[in-house]
Ligand binder design. Structure first.
Ligand SMILES: N[C@@H](CCC(=O)N[C@@H](CS)C(=O)NCC(=O)O)C(=O)O
Length: 341
């Protein structure tokens, strides 16, 4: 079995089950776990292929944390030692000086038996992994890193809406974010059909809600939108074909297609998306379900830049705040990995 998520199926276990994050220390304003928020101290390690890591990359952009929390982008293709920095000169992350993310895991815990996953946040001075808890990382960027947020940063997890945001995110996680993986890695028909049906049932439930309102909760962008976005942006490119979630394409659902295009065209979302990394990772790494490793040519990406007309629903994307500025030059996604008009 190739490296990657399919490795999350534990031996003897029938249904695909996502492994729990093992390193759950938090980086907080008060440093309760020994890791205080500090500009320049930590490095976010992500793959632009990975929907869980991409949540953190989007949050970091929206909150303007680029200078405070640097970013390492791993090669979308792992080898048998997992995520590696082969996109960087000499195959080494220029800040951490390591070739594999596993080296930061090893520095934190010797003989750690679990898998190496992104997103990961590494303490630069010690080179140790701090956390790979993807569910917590983005919430902490939104609520604990506030002293380092840019001026005009949005409140992505507003206190008054947290119950509703948490409910929506839990449903979306179960049926959609993780549902596509359960469908894709199913090893029997029944398991696949249940997961695939769940994906579309949830998307169909979300459709009238998003036909009425511009964003999932309230009238501004929240964490709930980020989490739905990182799955939807991959939907037609990989989940429809590779994971067999093919009842319909996102581009065939007028409401959801406009919703995800709206977000894509919002600064901080689409400018983080690398369709080349996404496609190559899924189709080449999951050799259990795509043994030839052939990466499809489609879908045509030009539709991502077409008008979405969602402004007509009202809403204020950044609330009382403002959109983030341009992507730092060294972090720009190559033009040929993005849609062109
Ligand atoms: N299961 C991960 C959640 C994040 C995740 O599944 N990331 C994937 C990439 S999308 C990963 O790094 N999987 C391990 C691998 O591919 O080697 C965790 O325990 O924190």
């Amino acid at each position: 079995m190739g490296a990657g998520d399919d490795g999350n199926r534990e031996y003897g276990q029938k249904a695909f089950k996502r492994s729990k994050s093992h390193f759950t220390d938090r980086i907080t304003a008060d440093g309760q776990d020994g890791w205080p928020v500090e500009a320049g101290r930590y490095r976010l390690v992500a793959s632009r292929a990975c929907p869980w890591a991409s949540r953190a990359v989007v949050s970091r952009r929206l909150l303007g944390l680029e200078d405070a929390l640097s970013l390492a982008v791993a090669d979308p293709i792992q080898d048998d030692r997992s995520w590696r920095f082969t996109l960087d000169p000499d195959g080494r992350d220029p800040v951490l000086g390591i070739r594999y993310l596993s080296e930061a895991y090893d520095r934190r815990e010797t003989d750690y038996p679990g898998g190496v996953s992104v997103p990961a946040i590494v303490d630069v001075p010690s080179g140790k992994l701090v956390t790979n808890d993807y569910q917590r990382i983005t919430l902490d960027l939104a609520t604990e890193w506030t002293a380092l947020h840019r001026e005009g940063a949005p409140d992505l997890y507003p206190r008054a809406l947290r119950d509703e945001i948490d409910t929506v995110m839990a449903e979306v996680y179960e049926d959609v974010n993780n549902g596509v993986y359960r469908a894709g890695f199913a090893t029997d028909q029944e398991e696949y059909e249940a997961a695939c049906a769940g994906v579309f049932r949830r998307l169909e439930l979300l459709t009238p809600r998003l036909a009425r309102q511009r964003y999932l909760v309230g009238d501004t962008i929240t964490e709930a939108d980020i989490r739905l976005f990182t799955t939807l942006v991959r939907f037609d490119a990989v989940y429809h074909g590779h994971f067999k979630c093919n009842r319909w394409k996102l581009a065939e659902n007028e409401v959801l297609w406009a919703y995800v295009r709206d977000l894509y065209q919002t600064p901080g979302f689409g400018d983080t998306v690398d369709f080349d990394h996404i496609k190559r990772h899924y189709y080449q790494v999951h050799t259990g379900i795509n043994p030839t490793g052939i990466v499809p040519l489609g879908p045509d990406l030009s539709g991502w830049l077409t008008p979405h007309h969602r402004q007509e629903l009202g809403g204020r994307p950044f609330g009382d705040g403002t959109p983030p500025g341009p992507v730092p030059v060294h972090e720009q996604v190559p033009q040929d990995h993005r849609p062109t008009r």
